[in-house]
Design a protein around this ligand. Structure first.
Ligand code: SF4
Length: 498
């Protein structure tokens, strides 16, 4: 007991967490695809634990957004692959210059961390399985033919090949079951596999298989259905088992807050943090620029705060915090911030401002108190914490406004940028379903259509809004691109004229 306690302390000191160990040590990953039968083994740092999960969560959240937006499968697949390229690369076995083991380990660890976070309720389990299933299918469909075959051969899927004689005996039935397909089907030369009918309910429901003695005869082109069904059933069962084991994890005070944060993000439909590291890269801004920027580039939450500030010449604590940190990350220096807030609170005297507000502004810039550099709040934080009460202006309008107020506010904020009453039903349906950041993303697309943003493109590559600063940064970037393009045209014109 004492030894175990010492080991725990030593690990805590090194900030290292041991992932569950039921598997063999020194896992190898011969395939890109993974059924995640065994938990990863070995030591990883807390940071790695969290990063693997966050990167995977970004992809799953984007898949969920695609479902909400009714994207066709091809589009969902394209967006998911683009996200995987960014956050969770998985190269094929033939790739020479990348560390495939590290990539596959990240995939493995991320999956298991999210299992811990999302096994806690029926709702979370259902959504997690649906998103994971889609990710698996996207990868499966894009896998190299030989590697896919190797993967299929590496597991026992419990299918039995139908013999040539059996096919000949039931040729008419097999043809009838293929009638839905417009392709040329040659029953005698195509491959068929027998499985219990309960393993392919989707094919049975669509009458795409011949049934005999409780077995479904699945054509080889539909073999993937068996694989997907098995993946889904295994994962659901594993999540239920993990949920039962979860109370034993509660003692690890390092992991629990991370898991809570992850599941909160998923509940909010938003993939947690977006890096604000590059948000201020569009040069510093000054107090004088903010009115104009709010009109052109701010998401509804910040636009609302700005308008309340202008109307009331004041904002309550949480409003100042949400807006002040947003402006800081946008590029407002401490001196400009003091100028901005001083001018905005025009109803109060210098004395009161210096006593009650100057300190807090300097504090949020890390210049007072514990001198922490506070980050701006993400959509997840705004949606899930510090719920606004009467008289408060912080929060997310998509979540915290009544439907009538939201529609009026959106029209008043964004009609000059192209939003019309005809756009509202679609936005309000998304809000009603609780997908606030998807509604915000749709408003971004509509209000940036003039800059060439198409429906479904989101803030770039189909990505959804997850952070107010990301919204504003992308909006400014689009403006700069547009100005650059028109500047270039004029230059080109000069050359022609000359
Ligand atoms: Fe702001 Fe995020 Fe809500 Fe959009 S979804 S209004 S960026 S909190």
């Amino acid at each position: 007991m004492q030894g175990g306690e010492d080991r725990r302390k030593a690990q805590a000191q090194k900030n290292i967490v041991e992932v569950e160990y039921h598997g063999t040590k020194g896992l190898r990953y011969p395939h890109r695809l993974n059924f995640y039968d065994k938990p990863p083994s070995g030591d990883i740092t807390i940071e790695e634990f969290e990063t693997c999960a966050l990167d995977r969560l970004r992809i799953l959240a984007e898949i969920e957004s695609s479902f909400v937006r009714n994207r066709p499968w091809e589009e969902l697949s394209k967006i998911t692959l683009a996200q995987c390229e960014k956050y969770l690369q998985l190269n094929s076995n033939s790739a020479k210059t990348v560390d495939k083991e590290a990539q596959r380990k990240k995939d493995h660890v991320g999956h298991f961390v999210l299992r811990l976070a999302f096994c806690r309720s029926e709702e979370l389990r259902r959504r997690f399985v649906k998103a994971e299933m889609a990710l698996f299918r996207v990868r499966y469909e894009k896998d190299d033919a030989q590697e896919l075959k190797d993967f299929q051969n590496s597991r026992d899927f419990g299918w039995e090949e139908v013999s040539a004689k059996e096919k000949a005996d039931h040729e008419e039935h097999l043809k009838a079951a293929s009638a839905w397909s417009n392709r040329d089907v040659n029953v005698l030369t195509d491959g068929y596999y027998k499985v219990k009918w309960t393993r392919v309910p989707d094919l049975v429901e669509k009458r795409r298989v011949f049934l005999k003695a409780g077995m479904a005869w699945v054509p080889s082109r539909e073999q993937s259905s068996i694989v997907f069904q098995e993946f889904q059933a295994n994962l659901m069962k594993a999540l239920e088992m993990t949920a039962k084991a979860l109370p034993f994890l509660d003692e690890d005070t390092r992991i629990v807050p991370i898991l809570n944060n992850l599941s909160q993000g998923f509940l909010a439909g938003v993939s947690s943090e977006w890096s604000t590291a590059t948000a201020g890269s569009g040069n510093e801004i000054t107090a004088d620029m903010i009115d104009d920027m709010a009109r052109k580039h701010f998401p509804a939450c910040m636009r609302n705060l700005h308008e309340c500030l202008r109307r009331d010449k004041h904002l309550k604590h949480f409003g100042r915090l949400q807006y002040g940190l947003f402006l800081k990350v946008l590029g407002l220096s401490i001196d400009e911030a003091i100028t901005f807030w001083r001018r905005s609170f025009s109803n109060i005297q210098d004395d009161k401002f210096n006593k009650e507000y100057r300190y807090n502004i300097r504090h949020s810039y890390g210049l007072e108190g514990k001198r922490a550099n506070y980050p701006a709040k993400s959509c997840q934080q705004i949606l899930m914490s510090d719920q606004p009460g009467t008289g408060d202006s912080h929060g997310c309008p998509y979540r915290h406004f009544s439907p009538d107020n939201l529609q009026t506010a959106l029209l008043s904020m964004y009609s000059s940028q192209g939003l019309t009453a005809a756009d509202l039903p679609e936005i309000m349906n998304t809000v009603k379903a609780g997908h606030y950041h998807v509604a915000c993303t749709r408003v971004f697309e509509i209000t940036h259509a003039r800059q060439g943003v198409a429906k479904g493109e989101g803030i770039g590559g189909g990505e959804s809004v997850t952070h107010p600063n990301q919204y504003a940064a992308r909006s400014r970037e689009l403006e700069r691109e547009r100005e650059g393009a028109s500047g270039k045209k004029e230059d080109d014109g000069d050359v022609v004229m000359g």
